[in-house]
Design a protein around this ligand. Structure first.
Ligand SMILES: CC(C)(COP(=O)(O)OP(=O)(O)OC[C@H]1O[C@@H](n2cnc3c(N)ncnc32)[C@H](O)[C@@H]1OP(=O)(O)O)[C@@H](O)C(=O)NCCC(=O)NCCS
Length: 146
């Protein structure tokens, strides 16, 4: 398995994998080619793809804003799950964030995503019960929930 930094050339395969994976949340702007290209331009070192030859086996999309690291989407193709690949992608991502001086990373996962929550628990990502996640759209976004 070859794990390397994601580039925008990977977008079509990555988007197809995202759309085929259940319990993930996307939107029409941030996850468009233009949105992902903007993220990768600002954060060229923190998103990774795992390639099995020409086939995409997994991807982690992540960036940082100078303070926090954020993991946006983590996905391993079904045929490659439960073999440690997701964990390997997370450790590559966290090492890249740490190398950029980032001290904490955060992510969102649907409550209904039991496997996703078990995975993030195993990676040491704890749930905060003392805060409410609030956000506000600056542009109308169309949700794409898989
Ligand atoms: C969640 C996901 C990324 C895990 O990838 P993976 O390569 O299978 O993960 P790993 O093999 O590294 O698993 C590491 C540990 O996480 C936990 N885990 C992973 N998948 C699990 C599942 N389906 N059920 C329970 N625990 C799970 C286990 O503790 C596992 O260790 P173990 O296999 O020794 O028991 C993958 O199932 C996936 O892409 N799911 C769809 C997208 C998604 O839900 N993404 C996360 C939320 S955004």
């Amino acid at each position: 398995m070859d794990i390397r930094a994601m580039t925008i050339q990977d977008y079509d395969a990555v988007y197809a994998l995202w759309m085929n994976s259940k319990n993930m949340g996307f939107n029409n702007l941030d996850d468009s080619r233009e949105g992902v290209e903007r993220l990768l331009r600002r954060n060229p070192t923190t998103s990774f793809v795992a390639m099995d030859g020409d086939a995409l086996a997994g991807v982690i999309l992540s960036g940082q804003d100078g303070r926090r690291g954020y993991i946006y989407h983590m996905c391993v193709a079904e045929a490659y799950r439960r073999q440690g690949l997701g964990s390997e992608l997370v450790s590559r991502c966290l090492a890249a964030l740490k190398a950029e001086g980032i001290n904490k990373a955060a992510l969102l996962v649907f409550n209904r995503n039991e496997a996703g929550n078990a995975f993030w628990e195993a990676q040491g990502f704890t749930v905060r019960n003392d805060v409410a996640y609030r956000n506000k759209e600056l542009t109308k976004l169309i949700r794409i929930d898989t």
